[in-house]
Design a protein around this ligand. Sequence first.
Ligand SMILES: Nc1ncnc2c1ncn2[C@@H]1O[C@H](COP(=O)(O)OP(=O)(O)OP(=O)(O)O)[C@@H](O)[C@H]1O
Ligand SMILES: [Mg+2]
Length: 227
Amino acid sequence: MIDLSNVSLKYDNKTTALQNVNLSIDSGEFVFIVGASGAGKSSIIKLLLREKVATTGIVSVNGANVGRLKQHQIPLYRRKLGVVFQDFRLIPNLNVYDNVAFSLRVTNSSNKFIRNRVPYILNLMGLEHKAKSFPNEISGGEQQRVALARAIVNDPPIIIADEPTGNVDPELSHEILELLQGINQCGTTVIMVTHEQDMVKRFGGRTITIDNGRVVFDDVILPAGRG
Ligand SMILES: Nc1ncnc2c1ncn2[C@@H]1O[C@H](COP(=O)(O)OP(=O)(O)OP(=O)(O)O)[C@@H](O)[C@H]1O
Ligand SMILES: [Mg+2]
C-alpha cells in the first residue's frame, strides 16, 4: 500500500534529510516511526503527503507514484489521508466545530451527516465543551485533539499522525494511542510518529527507527510485560 524505494530527500540541495530509505507498509498495519529530533520522521510524512518530492527514489501510495502526481491530482489524493500535523495546522478563523466539519464539507458530506458526525467525534475527543472556541482560545493539548478529530472524522483509509501525543499528559496520550489502535482494528492503516520510546515499548508493534535520515531498525517490538 505504501512503498518507499531508495528514497532520498535533500532540502535546498544542502541538508540531506533522508538517505536511501526503503520501507513498505501493508494495508491495515499499525506502524510507529521513532527517532531523535531531526532524524527525518516528518520528512517521510512530507513525502507521503506530496508536500515534498523525493530527490531520488520512488514513493508510492495505493499504486500511485506520489512524486509524479500532477498538481490538479494532489487535492483528491490527499483526501484519502487523515493527517495530524506536528504543528496542528488548524484553521485560525474557524471554531473547533467548524475545523472538524471542514474536512467533511470539502468532501461534500451531507449537512445531516455533518450534524451527527462532528458532535460524535468531538465527544470522543472530550472536546464537546470547546466546540465554539477558536484555536487560539484552547490549550496545546486541546488543539492536538482537534487536529486528531479532523484527521479521523472522514474515516480515511490511511491515518498519518505526526506526534499526536506530543502535547498531552501521559494518561491522555495512552487514550489517544488506544483510540488509534481501535481505529486500526477496524481496518485503517495507521502510521504514528513519536519520540516517546517508552510508549512504544509498552504497547509494542511494528517500529521503524530513523537515525540521521536512514532506517536503522524495522521490526516488531513485543509489548513490555504488564506486571
Ligand atoms: N524546510 C526545511 N528546510 C531545510 N531543512 C529542513 C527543513 N525541514 C527539516 N529540515 C532538516 O531535515 C532534517 C530532518 O528533519 P525532520 O523534520 O524530518 O526531523 P524529525 O525527525 O521530524 O524531527 P522532530 O522529532 O524534531 O520533529 C533535519 O536536519 C532538519 O533540520
Ligand atoms: Mg518532526
